[in-house]
Write a protein that binds this ligand. Structure first.
Ligand code: AMP
Ligand code: MG
Length: 398
């Protein structure tokens, strides 16, 4: 059996990033910028301005009286020049008037009949935001290490970028296989189940930054599987097939991939998961995941998510890790590394994990309520109560 690391290493080998496309800034949330660095073409803020509502003055006047000669509003007309012995009323964000070097906050001054009394002499430069104090012109910003967040959108807007070049979302076709499968929405006949993997994997693709193309389930017929795999490969940068990859009499996915292209079939020392087919058809990656919904989603998390991120120019799986103590013994296969479905919560200085429910790979409900995958190493046949294990965070921790 391959280790998780070896399998991942082979899957990532030779994956090229997608090309760049411009998008309007307002649509760039979650996308990955391609320009690195982005160089500021002007100062942010573009002019020095007041950090307070108050009065722009010359600090050298100390605590003396000053004559009020005008005002400077945010976005307002130019204020008169501040000479010794004078002051200009300023609002937060208003340009500093010429000649002024400091701002006396409104609460540190009193104003009567056009004159200003200053209680305390201002320090030179106090409450003034210099031009470029956030981002100076010429600053080289490296933003491509992660998807664009609301604050990055704010920063790029402040820098004047109406569009941003981002990596095209990898297009991923998703094909469920099985005679028992019926698309969600259609009524179930005898011995039929709804296709859960298709919608789940499509969502996982979106979450990872890809663009899913959900295909209707294929029947366990070699000709149909071949046709549908061809169709999926033509429509996308990558094809994910679920079900039909193992050794059953009606498992045709491996033979079809082999016929159409090249195939690697691995047994990976992972639980849930184990069998994974990886091939190339027309040069595009085709990944055959196990049919059990938990196996399909956990192997997606471990193997396909990092592939999509690699295609987006991002490293790793983008998930946080915590170390969480568990107080129960959850059984597992000692030959494989387990990723158990748990709920992690903060507990004192650390975290505590409790099983989210049954750990069978056919039990989707516990995965749906889990917020972490507890990593239990090869060699152990159960979690050891009181011991802390590393966990991959897949949902919010309360
Ligand atoms: P397979 O890998 O095709 O042998 O399927 C293993 C198990 O997963 C069987 O119980 C299938 O019914 C189930 N399964 C396969 N594909 C799906 C799917 N798309 N949605 C829900 N269950 C599935
Ligand atoms: Mg099947």
């Amino acid at each position: 059996m391959l280790s998780v690391e070896e399998a991942l290493d082979r899957l990532l080998r030779g994956l090229a990033p997608t090309d760049a496309e411009p998008v309007p800034l307002a649509e760039s949330l979650g996308r990955v910028p391609t320009a690195d660095p982005i160089v500021a073409t002007h100062d942010v803020p573009p002019f020095s301005n007041s950090a307070m509502d108050g009065f722009a003055v010359q600090a050298a006047d100390g605590d003396g009286r000053r004559r009020l000669i005008g005002e400077s509003r945010a976005g307002g007309p130019e204020a008169p020049r501040v000479e010794p012995g004078t002051a200009v009323r300023v609002m937060t964000g208003a340009p500093m008037p010429e000649g002024a070097d400091s701002v006396v906050p409104i609460e540190d001054a009193s104003e009567a009949e056009g004159w200003l009394e200053v209680g305390r002499p201002p320090d030179p430069g106090v409450h003034v935001r210099a031009a470029g104090h956030d981002v100076a012109v010429g600053t080289a910003l490296s933003l491509s290490a992660g998807p664009i967040t609301p604050s990055v959108i704010g920063l790029l807007a402040a820098m004047g970028h109406g569009d941003v070049e981002v990596r095209r979302r990898p297009r991923v076709a998703i094909l469920s296989t099985g005679d028992e499968l019926v698309p969600v929405g259609a009524p179930l006949g005898a011995a039929q189940i709804h296709d859960a993997n298709g919608p789940a994997l499509a969502a996982a693709v979106s979450e990872a930054g890809g663009a899913p193309l959900l295909l209707a389930p294929a029947r366990d017929d070699p000709g149909e599987v071949e046709r549908r795999i061809r169709e999926g490969v033509l429509a996308a940068d990558m094809l994910i097939v679920s079900g039909g990859v193992s050794v059953g009499e009606h498992d045709h996915v491996r033979a079809v991939i082999e016929r159409l292209g090249t195939l690697d079939f691995w047994r990976i020392a992972v639980q849930p998961g184990k069998p994974l087919a990886f091939g190339r058809v027309d040069g595009r990656p085709v990944i055959g995941l196990p049919g059990n919904p938990v196996s399909a989603l956990v192997t997606f998390e471990l193997f396909v998510r990092p592939m999509l991120r690699r295609m987006l120019g991002l490293a790793g799986d983008g998930r946080a890790r915590v170390t969480a103590r568990i107080d129960e013994a959850l059984g597992k296969d000692p030959a494989r590394r387990a990723y158990l479905r748990v709920r992690v919560c903060a507990d004192g200085d650390g975290y505590r994990a409790v099983s989210a429910g049954g750990q069978a790979s056919s039990q989707l409900l516990p995965l749906a309520t889990a917020n972490a995958l507890l990593i239990v190493p090869e060699g152990e046949s159960a979690t050891r109560p009181g011991v802390a294990y590393k966990a991959i965070v897949i949902g919010a921790i309360e």
